[in-house]
Write a protein that binds this ligand. Structure first.
Ligand code: ADP
Ligand code: MG
Length: 539
């Protein structure tokens, strides 16, 4: 085809047999400037040859896929072919799946052109040299780095087992001794080389046995209310951020392989300007000056405090059992109201009930634990079940000292003693167009869904653009497949979604999409729906 018009690339579409794999060219770009063309490689089990123990359960299969993606990615460094290998988290991705021992890999390729004509030599190099070489070097057990593959898969399985060990032990999170928590920078998620490794305070130290590593020790964070105090710059936010990311499994060498939190943990923060639609924020907000009913509260432009109140109500509605809050990103007036403010501004003149008075009822009555970073106010000492202090990056248990302080009255009185059940909302399927709307991720910051754009900057547990695409696809699928049907509550929709993902993996998100995506968690799906400006609630 060399030298013929670019459009002739179209004839590549379809299946091609190579010696060791099948190539399917799924989509061909119409011109050199259009989004990359897409293809899929399938290596049959007898050729791939990965022993069954490396993929015998879904978690190990995800680990192996994660390992292979990174190996292929390295192989293709200087090629026009691209795979979506991801960063430090090992996500369930469409880009590589292990299907009964077969390896299915999905790639993008920028088909080369000279102006509007085909550069056949460059295309042949990519498809007929780079691709078979990468398959040969990375996707076959015989030539793979077998020891590292084993390590990778074992490590992912251990992290997953550690996370599952939390609930039966009454823990919400765990940080292993020796874990490396800080990252190189805000834009580089690899471990900080000069970090002080984590060491657990003795009073919170637990031992957990893992399937591959054996017994490990570290800090178990029990259910209830945990306050993380300590001076500025002593590592509080870094610890909380590691917990936030503890819903994911990390690659070996990341430093957070043994840092986990329960998979129903949700980071909460303030997000002024967001839309809130028909959320019951009444535990936090009563009698607004506008007279709006705060049990059924909507706004197109939430304040810091109402946005955070809504985020908590939405997380609980979606099934969260643990919340993470950092003072750095919280709305102060929703978090605290000290004795002097109580004296100066009467309760009748203050619509807000601070979280400090709701955090205990939230646990006692609704079973939702909280881990909270607060260095700037001591009022949470009264309500915390335990207090950690970060001291030059070392965690200390200062609960005893905190109890002594709590015995001295501050003059502050509690403003609430209950957290009523959240109201369950029924999303209306007409909230989004389903006629195959365009789904596009703008990094991890925004999702374009047809005509709508959903701002996801404050949904901090999204770590990868592929998840954003996954969220968009999953939302459309939830409507198209009738999960969002105008009678199911949002919690029921999310249950149905989670059950489908357990059964079908990425195919539950979308089984036709040609492109890369990762399977999102129910909470990020809910977070996106809640931020969709066209969301309608049927009841
Ligand atoms: P805080 O929230 O207590 O003010 P941060 O968690 O933001 O503190 O941490 C302050 C700085 O210290 C950050 O630059 C962070 O990367 C660094 N840091 C945090 N933990 C460690 C550690 N264990 N070892 C080395 N540096 C760390
Ligand atoms: Mg901080």
């Amino acid at each position: 085809m060399h030298g013929s018009s670019y459009g002739r690339y179209k004839s590549l579409r379809g299946s091609w047999s190579f010696d060791s794999f099948e190539l399917e060219v799924q989509r061909v770009q119409p011109d050199p400037f259009a989004p990359a063309s897409r293809c899929q490689v399938r290596v049959e089990p007898r050729v791939a040859g990965f022993p069954e123990q490396l993929w015998r359960n879904p978690v190990r299969a995800r680990g192996l896929a994660g390992f292979l993606l990174r190996a292929v990615h390295r192989q293709l460094r200087d090629s026009r072919l691209r795979v979506d290998a991801g960063g430090q988290e090992v996500l369930d991705r469409s880009a590589c799946q292990i299907a009964g021992g077969a390896v299915v890999l999905r790639l993008g390729i920028d088909l080369p052109g000279r102006g509007r004509t085909i550069d056949g030599h460059a295309a042949a190099r990519a498809l007929c040299d780079d691709l078979p070489e990468a398959v040969e070097a990375a996707l076959r057990y015989a030539t793979a780095d077998q020891r590292r593959a084993q390590e990778f898969v074992d490590s992912v399985e251990d992290t997953d087992a550690l996370r599952r060990a939390l609930d039966p032990r009454g823990l919400v999170a765990f940080v292993a001794d020796g874990a490396i928590l800080p990252r190189r920078s805000g834009v580089d998620d690899r471990p900080l080389a000069t970090a002080v490794p984590f060491d657990s305070p003795e009073s919170l130290r637990v031992e957990i046995e893992l399937p591959n590593r054996g017994t490990i020790t570290g800090m178990g964070v029990p259910e209830g209310i945990t306050l993380i105090a300590g001076g500025g710059f002593h590592g509080k936010s870094t610890l909380l951020r590691a917990l936030e990311d503890g819903i994911y499994d990390h690659v070996p060498g990341d430093g957070r392989e043994l840092v986990v939190c329960r998979d129903d943990t949700v980071k909460i923060r303030a997000e002024d300007g967001r839309r809130v639609h028909r959320v019951d924020v009444s535990p936090f907000v009563s009698h607004l000056p506008t007279g709006a009913d705060t049990r059924d509260f909507s706004t197109d432009n939430a304040s810091g405090s109402t946005s955070q109140a809504a985020a908590i109500a939405e997380a609980v509605e979606a099934g969260a059992r643990a919340l993470l809050v950092d003072e750095d990103t919280a709305a102060t007036n929703l978090m605290i109201r000290d004795a002097r403010m109580q004296a100066l501004v009467a309760k009748e003149a203050e619509p807000l009930t601070p979280f400090v008075d709701l955090v205990r009822p939230l646990h006692r009555q609704r079973g939702v634990s909280t881990v909270l970073v607060m260095g700037g106010s001591g009022d949470y000492i009264d309500v915390a079940d335990r207090v950690l202090m970060m001291d030059a990056y070392h965690a200390r248990d200062v609960t005893g000292r905190a109890r002594e302080l709590a015995a001295r009255p501050t003059g502050r009185h509690a403003e609430a003693d209950e957290f009523p059940p959240v109201r369950h909302r029924v999303p209306d399927p007409r909230s989004l167009e389903t006629d195959r709307p365009r789904v596009r991720a703008r990094g991890v910051d925004a999702l374009t869904l047809g005509e709508s754009t959903v701002d996801l900057r404050a949904v901090e547990q999204i770590v990868d653009a592929a998840q954003v695409t996954g969220i968009g696809l999953a939302l459309v699928t939830c409507v198209r497949e009738g999960l969002i049907d105008g009678t199911r509550s949002l919690a029921e929709v999310l249950d149905a979604y989670a059950a489908r993902v357990d059964r079908r993996g990425p195919a539950a998100v979308d089984d036709h999409y040609v492109g890369d995506f990762a399977v999102p968690r129910r909470f990020e799906l809910a977070a996106a729906l809640n931020r969709l400006r066209t969301l309608r609630i049927a009841a």
